[in-house]
Design a binder for this molecule. Sequence first.
Ligand SMILES: [Zn+2]
Ligand SMILES: [Zn+2]
Length: 173
Amino acid sequence: MQIEFAKIEDKVLKGDFDIINEKVVQNEHEFFIIDSVNVSFRAYRIDVNDVSIKEKINGDITLICTNCLEEYKEHIELTSETIFTRNKSYTGGEVTLTESELDVQYLEDEVIDLKDEAIKTIDLYIPISHTCREDCKGICPICGANKNLNPCDCKIEQPDPRLEKLKEFLNKE
Ligand SMILES: [Zn+2]
Ligand SMILES: [Zn+2]
């Protein structure tokens, strides 16, 4: 879903679209899946060089638990606003805003990709560490079992020097 910068006028332009079954690769090892998400947007021109794009994102995504590596679903409801500008020294009205204070992007092309914007918002929303449930027990470092499904009896031994001495002593007896 793209809109042309030149076609955005003072009058608010509204619409919506769906993103269905889209796999988004975050880096070499991680990805998430947008199962079904609806994006409704409002676009309007602030002045000659600037437009505002607001998006409301609502739907379900599938994530990979960073703890046990199993897939799990999450419902998301997010909103974002981005100013696209062709003016390198965008001032945002009275106060000068830096890029970090408000999401301001310099427009490189004549088109704005609304779907890319929505995917970016979802990506930013997902924390680096995200787990399938609050008490996810993760994977056993010894046998590799998913401890949520197969609680194993592995014990991570941390030898206590005093007990080791006692064991030696008892073995001698
Ligand atoms: Zn988990
Ligand atoms: Zn184990």
